[in-house]
Design a protein around this ligand. Structure first.
Ligand code: C2E
Ligand code: CA
Ligand code: CA
Length: 625
């Protein structure tokens, strides 16, 4: 009886696995290709293992020439080296990105060539007695050396990359290699138990179950790939430079909050519909979002058109659908940027049916990231600075107030204007700590008493919508004023309109608390879309600030002139004071003063200037002092 039972079992196992593996509907991931190579080399190795035992027995019985049996033995041990090499490649593919893996492969393929040549040219012998069959000699020793090298490297990698790969991957790979080593040990000490082939097959099964089973990445409810599978797949495609297009579809239930049942049904209907498009992969990204991914090329427009026409009918519920279209993944060569751009666009979709993820989106994200870093660094290094722009009091003919305007100095000492970073800070919430820093600096100046000494009655500080959206803003500002010993009426806060009614409620409650202390308020940007008539009527403000564009329009448009004249009359009747911003010439100053504007702010008098320059300016210009 030939000692090939265990190997035959293993071979059957692997052939079944191969059939399952090939027949599966799965994403064409790099790891799958590497696994397939390892699987096939394992099968070939088993076939040669069995053949070598049959060959040795036949040579022993005199049916074939011993040289032929030796040849089969050599083929077998060569395949053993190749199999362990493929195992290492699979593991390296798991642990390294494509570029690094290529380098590793290049190095080890040289060792493989060397190994195979050595095994081929060195002499080999075999031994057979009953069920004890083995080969020996220099060629076999070379096999041991190379096989151990690859197995050792695989295990070393699993430990070395422990902090960058998931524990599950490492465990599966260690288990597989461990099986192999143990089997080799058993076989070495008990030559009748030929378990190496079986152990290798067992290892392949473990890898399949743990890492390569595509059902893992499939959502039970819809049969679509999961969001994890999407991440894996995108990463893989970026890694291997295979570009793609995608359509992300978001279901918006508008006002109703749908039951789980409805959500599920909608998802299933969408999934069943989208599966029809051949050459695409569909992923369920969340309870409300799906992604359709396909080869980059000209299909985007026709697919989008068909889907956006048919999908609402297929869904059969009153929902709104939004789309994010990615024409080509080439817009960035970093997977993470694509993911960031997607999250960013999700926040920009309100009211829009479709948005494109394009090079501009990526540029925005990049800029956003660098600006964010710039603000954070500036705050850390104390490079946030407040400039002051004096405001002229028409009646008293001196400068009685000023607007505080933030600046950042870059590392080379150049001034960065707020237009570069305020919008970003508003978007990402940094405006909260930044706004507090600005407020502190203004308080610090007022605490010196110098501006007041030179005629300043109050300083205007800008507040962004995102700031007064905070319930505890008033309390924090009051605490800061107390800390610096500031009289609240030395401060005037500039606000703008907010569309959201909840923000308005919070704003009003903050304003109330601050007003009780004596802080006053201005409505900024009047005459732009941001602040309008109906708004100032309901806001408890004392001052209205005409925006630069509104002031300028007075001199260029007759209509604007009429509007401004009647608005001024009305505001004065309501007891409000008016600041005209953006006054750049003597004529403009005279015209505004003639209209009854109370305060003038603009380059005609001064640009915003640093704190020390500002006090010098007051000393110089306010004649009483
Ligand atoms: P804003 O509140 O409307 O500030 C007035 C802007 O007009 C300032 O620009 C000022 O330098 C500019 N300006 C003043 N007079 C003239 C003029 O005669 N001609 C022209 N062309 N421009 C004039 P700046 O300092 O670049 O600020 C831009 C915007 O950034 C501000 O508009 C405000 O919305 C925001 N901002 C500035 N500082 C702060 C701050 O401390 N906190 C917050 N939340 N926002 C700020
Ligand atoms: Ca302002
Ligand atoms: Ca303004």
């Amino acid at each position: 009886m030939l000692n090939i039972e265990l190997q035959s079992c293993a071979l059957v196992m692997l052939l079944v696995l191969l059939v399952i593996f090939i027949g599966e509907r799965a994403l064409d991931l790099r790891s799958r290709k590497l696994y397939l190579r390892a699987l096939i080399s394992c099968i070939i190795c088993l076939i040669l293992d069995i053949s070598s035992i049959i060959g040795i027995s036949a040579a022993n019985a005199g049916t074939i020439a011993p040289g032929f049996a030796r040849l089969i033995c050599k083929l077998y041990i060569c395949s053993l080296v190749i199999q362990s090499y493929e195992g290492l490649q699979y593991a390296a593919g798991e642990f390294y990105a494509l570029d690094a893996h290529k380098k590793i492969r290049r190095f080890f393929s040289l060792t493989l060539v060397l190994g195979v040549i050595l095994v081929a040219i060195l002499p080999i012998n075999y031994f057979i007695m009953g069920r004890v069959v083995f080969s020996y000699g220099p060629s076999t020793v070379a096999t041991y050396v190379f096989t151990l090298l690859y197995i050792g490297m695989t295990i070393a990698l699993a430990f070395y990359k422990s902090d960058t790969t998931s524990g599950r991957r490492r465990r599966a790979i260690l288990c597989w290699q461990g099986c192999w080593l143990c089997a080799a040990l058993v076989q070495l000490t008990h030559p009748t138990i030929l378990v190496v082939g079986l152990a290798a097959a067992f290892g392949m099964m473990i890898l399949y179950a743990e890492l390569e089973n595509p059902h893992e990445g499939i959502d039970r409810a819809t049969g679509l790939y999961t969001s994890n599978a999407l991440l894996d797949y995108m990463r893989d495609r970026y890694d291997t430079g295979r570009h793609f297009s995608s359509i992300f579809i978001l279901v918006d239930y508008a006002t109703q909050s749908p039951s789980t049942e409805v959500e599920r049904t909608v998802m299933i209907r969408m999934a069943n519909y989208l599966r029809r498009f051949s050459g695409t992969h569909c992923f369920r990204q969340s309870d409300k979002g799906l992604t359709l991914l396909f080869e980059e090329g000209g299909r985007m427009d026709s697919l989008y058109q068909t889907i956006s026409e048919e999908l609402p009918i297929v869904i059969g519920y009153p929902v709104r659908l939004h789309y994010i279209l990615l024409r080509t993944s080439k817009i960035t060569d970093r997977f993470e940027e694509c993911i960031n751009a997607h999250s960013y666009l999700l926040t920009q979709m309100e009211g829009k049916k479709a948005v494109e993820m394009d090079a501009d989106t990526i540029a925005h994200i990049k800029n956003y990231a660098t600006v964010r870093e710039m603000i954070e660094d500036a705050m850390k290094d104390g490079r946030v600075e407040v400039f002051f722009q004096p405001i002229y009091n028409v009646k008293e003919k001196i400068f009685t107030s000023a607007e505080a305007l933030v600046r950042i100095r870059d590392e080379d000492g150049r001034v960065v204007p707020p237009g570069m970073f305020i919008p970003v800070a508003e978007e990402n919430g940094l405006i909260i700590p930044l706004g507090e820093e600005i407020f502190r600096q203004v308080c610090a100046l007022l605490a010196t008493g110098k501006p007041q000494e030179y005629g300043i009655q109050y300083i205007e500080v800008n507040l962004s919508v995102a700031q007064f959206d905070q319930e505890d803003l008033a309390d924090r500002f009051i605490a800061i004023m107390e800390e610096y010993g500031i009289k609240p009426y030395w401060l005037n806060l500039e606000i703008t309109e907010t569309a959201s009614s909840s923000a308005k409620r919070i704003l009003l409650s903050n304003m109330k608390k601050l007003k009780e202390k004596g802080v006053t308020f201005s409505l900024d940007d009047f005459g732009t879309g941001r602040s309008n008539l109906d708004y100032f009527v309901e806001m408890p403000v004392e001052i209205i600030k005409f925006d630069y564009s509104f002031t300028q329009a007075y001199f260029t448009s007759k209509k604007a002139r009429t509007v401004m004249e009647s608005v001024i009359t009305m505001m004065h009747r309501m007891g409000l004071f008016i600041v005209s911003e953006g006054v750049e010439t003597r004529d403009q100053l005279d015209a505004m003063a003639g209209l009854g504007v109370n305060y003038i702010q603009g380059y005609y008098f001064s640009k915003p200037i640093p704190r020390d320059e500002f006090t010098d300016f007051l000393k110089d210009k306010n004649p009483v002092w």
